[in-house]
Design a protein around this ligand. Structure first.
Ligand SMILES: [Zn+2]
Length: 389
């Protein structure tokens, strides 16, 4: 691949440094060769001199095959592999077009995420680079249970090991109940301490980590005490829960779109009172507690939880909840990469990293709504056209 110099109107490199005007990012073989202010002789130039350029977004929590607006998310996971793969093909294209270049998948059936990850890598389909979990580990009576459940320490171990054998990048365990399923409590644990520990141990032995679905309370604390790396959602977390996460250096993965965006649970399950009551509860608690949580020093990043293309909404929500625009952009880039443990490779625009970047019409540091205007997406140095959102 030829050497390409990208002229950037404003460059936000994701390191935390001040934005630079008229920077030049040089890309060679899909990686960043240098960041300076001069175009090297003989380099082909891509002129983004009127745009705000930043690292591609990292969506830390999604499901490729689900569209929440269609309702009954678990039912969607129970479909056959072909309809799921077809839905995912469309969904992932939408995510990439909205600026997500890396996405962590948090549970699929039939190991469709393995196939999707490989198909994207091979260039067969278009989408963000995927980090995958394989099947989410869920208890028989727990939230997130689709086709398979894992009960008891031995089954949890077997489930984790099977996912890892198939090439999972991390282990996902559903600890507490959820918002989008009726009849589960979002703060108590479906799993025992020993079962959670087994998932953490198996991930650890394979050189990775476990991520726990947990909204708050005793279930969340159990997961943190047993050593998970990330807590997903935490919508009902209280100050004590957050304090424990800070102490154990556990990441908070915020997922606002799924219960706040009109295309989220509301669109799909708006007619189900048992779900809508929980959703309104979560919205109320988040509005009240998250300005405090996000200022507490807890490490946080975000995910869309299948509201495809909604990373800009996540970042706008962070700002609405009191986070500075600069910190919101870092949450969507560098911190996401750190939470997903891929920060050696992506998350900032520095020499040696993958050439994953996006160009925006406008300045999100002045108005986060500009994130809705992603006009160019580059992944591994290859430009992906703007597609339907
Ligand atoms: Zn999820």
């Amino acid at each position: 691949m030829a050497v390409r110099a990208i002229r950037c109107g404003t460059l936000f490199d994701g390191t935390g440094a001040e934005p630079v005007r008229n920077a030049v990012v040089v890309v060679s073989d899909g990686r960043i060769a240098s960041v300076s202010t001069t175009v090297p002789a003989g380099a082909e130039t891509l002129d983004l001199g009127d745009r705000f350029v930043m690292p591609g977004l990292i969506d830390c929590h999604s499901h490729a095959s689900i569209v929440p607006g269609l309702g009954d998310q678990v039912g969607q996971l129970c479909r056959g592999p072909v309809p799921q793969a077809l839905a995912a093909t469309r969904n992932l294209r939408q995510d990439l077009a909205a600026g997500t270049t890396t996405m962590r998948i948090m549970g699929e059936e039939h190991f469709v995420d393995v196939e999707l990850r490989d198909a994207i890598e091979a260039g067969t389909i278009t989408g963000p680079r995927l980090l995958i979990a394989g099947r989410g580990l869920a208890a028989n009576n727990g939230h997130g249970r689709a086709l398979a459940s894992y009960d008891g320490v031995d089954e949890v171990r077997r489930g984790a090991r099977e996912n890892l054998r198939r090439g999972a990048n991390h282990v996902k365990i559903f600890v507490t109940g959820g918002v989008s399923s009726p009849g589960t409590t979002p703060t108590s644990s479906a799993y025992t301490r020993e079962e959670i520990r087994a998932a953490v141990e198996e991930a650890d032995r394979a050189g990775t980590y476990a991520a726990a679905h947990a909204h708050g309370g005793p279930g969340l604390r159990l997961a943190v005490q047993e050593g998970v790396g990330t807590i997903e959602h935490a919508a009902l977390a209280d100050d004590e829960d957050i304090a424990l996460m800070i102490e154990r250096r556990v990441w908070l993965i915020c997922t606002f779109a799924i219960f706040m965006h009109p295309n989220g649970i509301e669109q799909g399950d708006g007619q189900r009172p048992a779900i809508m009551d929980k959703m309104r509860w979560a919205r109320r608690v988040v509005a009240e507690t998250f300005p405090r949580h996000l200022a507490s020093g807890v490490r946080f990043a975000c995910g869309t939880d299948s509201v495809h293309g909604a990373m800009p909404f996540e970042l706008q929500t962070l700002v609405r909840l009191g986070v500075s625009p600069r910190e919101a952009l870092l949450a969507g880039t560098r911190r996401g990469a750190e939470a997903c443990r891929v920060d050696k490779d992506v998350g900032t625009l520095e020499p040696g990293k993958r050439a994953d970047l996006i160009a925006i019409d406008g300045d999100p540091l002045k108005d986060m709504a500009a994130m809705e205007r992603v006009s160019l997406v580059m992944k591994d140095g290859v430009t992906c056209g703007r597609e339907e959102r």
